[in-house]
Design a protein around this ligand. Structure first.
Ligand code: NAD
Length: 503
């Protein structure tokens, strides 16, 4: 807060585990509304001067920050992996995807240019400008502790806002280090602050009258709650929620490549990605049988390991509680009548028996009425839902409550194009299993995967973090007044009691 490390006085703490060994490695103080008030005061004092700096100089701070993060990539990735459990190579990707947005924000002078119309009426020009909201807040999930805070903060800060981050209490260390690096890059104190906490802190953010915009990413019920409460308090809110992404496999797909893609997308990061592919929909019984025959050995060859094991495909899940939840969903799937082809429950890693590891699971004959299909499991579980036709396959993700991402695997351009146009989902991959848009495009799902209007980063992010002001100007000089008097146009003395029109 304000460039200082400040201990919370709440006396409440959250445990931060090392999921590889299943032990508490740190505790995080859970902050209070009073502590948030102090952070907001600091932000309010710092923000006007930051917004007044020209955008090129703000971009230079972003550029310096990017270089500092790059120089620390390895140690940051190890810190991230030690609290989250993802393997270090994947943690690097987490940081890099965030840095991509920082790079995008380095172009902010170009992105903030307004629009201009000369001669919108006699002697009248109209122009618009984008101004920062003022103070914005981000509330982020555990699964991308670098990327998601950077999605929000890079654009919020580059556009001239002060930004307060409330990261997940399960892996809060990387966000704090990012704050230190922002400071080292020359960002004025108070422009990027981190407050820790749980629901109490989130509610304080949502209710604080000086916070004008809130960006949230997490599970759907909380996203909806954050959206409703924030909007009721008069804020601009974008709230990204959960997901259940489908991969449609057409009969003509390159099956070996598809199986490799599915394994990475379903089991990478232990399935703890909102763009994971936990549902695969083969079209036609023959495709289903061929796919299943290839998936079983591929899943059998997956290697679990600790985060620092360079050969591991994936590591432990984030907490013991989450491990138990995933295993309960597997049991529910069995009870609902799905066929459990590979059972990942009860997995232990030798030498790390207390780590939160969950082996990969594969279900076949999953059907849309099953709760294990309707709900997000967020673990290393792949479900096969068989479809007999393209139309049936298209309807599955289109009707699902979540609409984050979807992929189709095919060699047929017609099928791919039709699928992309008709599917009721926000982000589509064509032979791309994890279609996370690049930083200069925008990230966001549909239906219960996102509440609010603007997506993350890209121009959508710039629009979310700024307000448009439109200026209509006339400079009624002497000549204009004379000419106006002759041709019936505007004159210095003219007033009007009707709504002005340009006709
Ligand atoms: P979560 O919803 O439990 O937590 C997200 C944030 O909300 C955290 O900062 C947490 O402290 C806060 N929070 C938790 N409970 C709260 C409550 N009752 N009231 C107010 N705030 C509360 O999510 P998670 O487990 O950290 O992350 C996983 C979820 O995030 C999954 O559902 C995943 O799909 C989703 N996710 C979505 C996207 C996306 O862009 N759509 C990206 C990543 C993750």
């Amino acid at each position: 807060m304000g460039g200082q490390a400040v201990a919370s006085a709440s006396g409440r703490f959250g445990d931060v585990f090392d999921p590889n060994v299943g032990r508490v490695q740190a505790r995080v103080g859970l902050g209070t509304a009073d502590e948030l008030n102090r952070a907001v005061e600091v932000a309010a004092a710092a923000q006007p001067a930051w917004a007044a700096i020209n955008p090129q100089r703000r971009a230079r701070v972003m550029f310096a920050f990017k270089q500092l993060v790059e120089a620390e990539m390895d140690s940051l990735a190890r810190l991230l992996a030690s609290e989250h459990g993802k393997v270090v190579s994947d943690a690097r990707g987490d940081i890099q995807r965030g840095l991509d947005v920082v790079e995008f924000a380095c172009g902010i002078p170009h992105l903030l240019k307004g629009e201009y119309t000369e001669g919108a009426g006699p002697g009248i020009d109209v122009y618009s400008m984008r101004q920062p909201i003022g103070i914005g807040a981000g509330i982020t999930p555990f699964n991308f502790p670098a990327m998601i805070p950077l999605w929000m903060s890079a654009v919020a800060i580059a556009t001239g806002n002060a930004f307060i981050l409330k990261p997940s209490e399960r892996d809060p260390s990387v966000p704090v280090r990012l704050g230190e690096l922002f400071q080292a890059a020359g960002l004025p104190d108070g422009i990027f602050q981190v407050v820790h906490g749980d629901k109490e802190m989130v509610d304080a953010i949502l209710d604080h009258p000086a916070i004008g915009a809130v960006s949230f990413v997490g599970s759907s019920d909380i996203a909806q709650y954050v959206y409703s409460r924030g909007v009721a308090a008069g804020k601009r809110v974008q709230a990204m929620g959960g997901a259940k992404n489908h991969g449609i496999v057409m009969p003509d797909a390159d099956l070996d490549q598809t199986v490799a893609d599915l394994c990475g997308a379903a089991f990478g990061s232990a399935g703890e990605r909102c763009m994971a592919l936990p549902v695969v929909v083969p079209v036609g019984a023959e495709t289903a049988e061929r796919l299943k025959a290839k998936l079983i050995p591929a899943i059998g060859a997956l290697r679990l390991g600790v985060s620092t094991d360079a050969d591991a495909h994936y590591g432990p899940v984030v907490t013991a509680e989450h491990k138990a939840r995933i295993e309960r969903w597997i049991q529910t799937g069995v009870e609902e009548g799905a066929e459990l082809v590979v059972d990942g429950r009860g997995f232990t890693l030798q030498g790390h028996e207390n780590g939160f590891f969950v082996g990969p699971s594969l279900f076949d004959h999953v059907t849309p009425d099953m709760s294990s299909y309707r709900e997000e499991i967020f673990g290393p579980v792949l479900q096969i839902v068989r479809a007999s036709s393209f139309e049936e396959a298209l309807a599955l993700p289109s009707r699902h409550q979540y609409g984050n991402g979807v992929a189709i695997f095919t060699r047929n351009g017609d099928a791919a194009r039709e699928f992309a146009q008709r599917v009721n989902v926000g982000m589509v991959g064509i032979n791309v299993p994890i279609p996370v848009p690049v930083a200069y495009h925008s990230f966001g799902g549909w239906k219960r995967s996102a509440f609010g209007d603007h997506n993350q980063h890209g121009m959508e992010g710039v629009h979310f973090w700024t307000k448009v002001k439109t200026i209509t100007q006339r400079w009624p000089d002497h000549m204009l007044a004379e000419r106006g008097a002759e041709d019936g146009g505007p004159s210095r003395n003219m007033g009007s009691f009707v709504i002005p029109t340009m006709s």
